[in-house]
Write a protein that binds this ligand. Structure first.
Ligand code: SF4
Length: 242
C-alpha cells in the first residue's frame, strides 16, 4: 500500500471518527440501556442474546428486561427448556414485551433450529463467520437481519445493526439517502472504521433517544448539528419563510 492509498483510507473515515468523538464527548451510555449488550456481556450466551433481541422488537428496554427475566424465571432461556414447555407458557412469560404471540413463535422456532440443526450450540456457528451465521439464522421466520446483526456485533464482528433510531438519525444526518436496511448498513460501514462500529451502534441509538427524537428533534442541543443535513434544510426553510 503506498502513501496515497493510506491517505485515501484516512479520509474515508474522517467523518466517522469525528462523529464518534463528538458523541462520546457529549453522551454517556450505560450497559443497562441496551438489553442485548447487557445480556451478551453478562452471560456470553448467544441463544439468550437472540432471545432478548427478539423480545426487544417494538418495545422499550425496560419491558424487554422484564419479559426476559420472567422467561428466565418461569421457563429458563435455553433451547432445551423452551422446547420442553407449551408455547402458551412462553407467551405468558413474555407478555410485558408486547406482540407476545409472534415473539413466542420466533423463540420456539429458533430453539428448534439450535437444538436440531446445531446440536444445541450456537457458539460453534458463530466461529464460522458472518456469512454462515446470516445464512443459517436468516431462514428462521421472525429472525430478521437486525436481530442477526445484533448478535454479530456483540460477538466482536464489525457490523452496525440498523434499528429505528439509527435509520432515522442516518437519514437526517445525510449519511445515506436510501432507507432500506442493507443500504443504510453499507453506507455506515463506509463511514465508520471497523474498530468503532460497536460504539457507533450504541452511540447513534443514544443520539436518537436523547436528541434526534422522531417528532421533535432537539437540534439546537445536538452534538452533531454542524454536520446535519436535516437541520440545515429546516433552518433554510425557516430563514426563507422569515
Ligand atoms: S441536528 Fe437535529 S436532526 Fe440532525 S441529528 Fe441532531 S437532532 Fe437529529
Amino acid at each position: 500500500m503506498d502513501k496515497s492509498d493510506n491517505s485515501r483510507m484516512v479520509n474515508q473515515y474522517a467523518l466517522g471518527d469525528e462523529i464518534i468523538r463528538k458523541l462520546k464527548s457529549s453522551l454517556r451510555v450505560s450497559e443497562e440501556e441496551f438489553a442485548a449488550f447487557y445480556i451478551a456481556k453478562h452471560t456470553r450466551d448467544p441463544f439468550k442474546v437472540l432471545v432478548v433481541t427478539i423480545l426487544s422488537q417494538n418495545t422499550a428496554e425496560k419491558n424487554t428486561f422484564r419479559a426476559f427475566y420472567r422467561l428466565e424465571e418461569k421457563v429458563g432461556v435455553s433451547p432445551e427448556n423452551i422446547l420442553n414447555v407449551d408455547i402458551k407458557e412462553i407467551e405468558d412469560a413474555i407478555k410485558p414485551a408486547g406482540l407476545y404471540r409472534g415473539k413466542a413463535r420466533a423463540i420456539r422456532l429458533l430453539a428448534e433450529v439450535v437444538q436440531n440443526e446445531l446440536g444445541g450450540n450456537l457458539s460453534k456457528l458463530l466461529e464460522k463467520g458472518v456469512k454462515e451465521v446470516r445464512e443459517t439464522l436468516g431462514k428462521i421466520p421472525g429472525i430478521g437481519e437486525k436481530t442477526i446483526d445484533v448478535l454479530l456485533v456483540n460477538w466482536g464482528y464489525p457490523v452496525i445493526p440498523i434499528d429505528t433510531h439509527i435509520r432515522r438519525v442516518s437519514l437526517r444526518l445525510g449519511l445515506t439517502s436510501r432507507s432500506n436496511y442493507r443500504s443504510i448498513r453499507e453506507a455506515l460501514h463506509r463511514i465508520f472504521r471497523e474498530e468503532v462500529r460497536a460504539d457507533a451502534h450504541l452511540y447513534l441509538i443514544k443520539l436518537g433517544r436523547t436528541f434526534c427524537k422522531p417528532k421533535k428533534p432537539l437540534c439546537d442541543r445536538c452534538p452533531l448539528k454542524e454536520y446535519c443535513k436535516y437541520r440545515f434544510q429546516s433552518r433554510s426553510v425557516v430563514n426563507f419563510i422569515g
